[in-house]
Design a protein around this ligand. Structure first.
Ligand code: SAM
Length: 197
């Protein structure tokens, strides 16, 4: 059976990344949320081959990207070389990530289907975002698609994300919006900012 890393490597291998379902050319919602947070040191988890990092770098963010797929990281490092840091890692395992002002996740949390995987995700988040820091978390919303890239999803609304993060975190903002994928499909998202107390 294919591992999670192999599944994602296969998705990125030789792919036209502009044709991946989650590809977006503009990052208005993500950038609006991120730029309203204090700090410039950011980790983008489940970064894939995102062009969000191009925008972040042009706005002088100090960017670290993390992904389970070494193929995705290869695509990013080809584009950005030493301008960013790269971590190959699985968010469902305990990771040593360092310290950041902002955690950004667009479309990885919703792939974690088991309680213990989500618990590890939150432990990794809390290991690198201290008091006063931010988590910008964007997932498919409960009223949208329940699968992506051939995988089942655990979708969210604001209350579910608030419950998952627990009482160390305060919900600052939540935006519902729809991503149109490259094939014209509508993918409703919930995008949130949480601040750590
Ligand atoms: C739908 S893509 C989103 C990519 C990117 N954030 C974007 O918005 O374009 C999900 C990404 O999460 C990564 N991923 C999946 N499971 C993961 C895990 N357990 N730990 C770290 N990354 C994971 C995949 O390799 C993939 O790049």
């Amino acid at each position: 059976m294919q591992s999670n890393a192999q599944h994602w490597d296969a998705a990125y291998n030789d792919a036209d990344t502009t044709q991946l379902g989650w590809y977006q050319k503009e990052h208005a919602v993500s950038m609006d949320l991120i730029s309203s947070c204090d700090g410039k040191k950011l980790i983008d988890v489940g970064a894939g081959a995102t062009t969000l990092v191009d925008t972040l770098l042009s706005h002088y963010y100090e960017v670290t990207v993390l992904d389970v797929s070494s193929e995705a990281l290869r695509i990013l490092s080809k584009r950005h070389g030493n301008n960013m840091k790269y971590i190959q890692g699985d968010l469902t395992k305990k990771l040593q990530l360092g310290k950041f002002d902002i955690w950004h996740d667009r479309a990885v949390l919703h792939f974690l289907l088991k309680d213990e995987e989500r618990k590890s995700y939150v432990e990794n988040l809390e290991s690198c975002i201290g008091s006063g820091g931010f988590a910008v978390i964007e997932t498919f919303s409960t009223d949208g698609a329940q699968m992506c890239c051939g995988l089942d999803l655990h979708t969210y609304d604001e209350d579910m994300l608030t419950d998952l993060l627990g009482d160390k975190w305060t919900l600052i903002d939540a935006i519902r919006h729809t991503h149109i994928n490259p094939f014209g499909g509508e993918r409703p998202y919930i995008s949130t900012i949480f601040k750590r107390q």
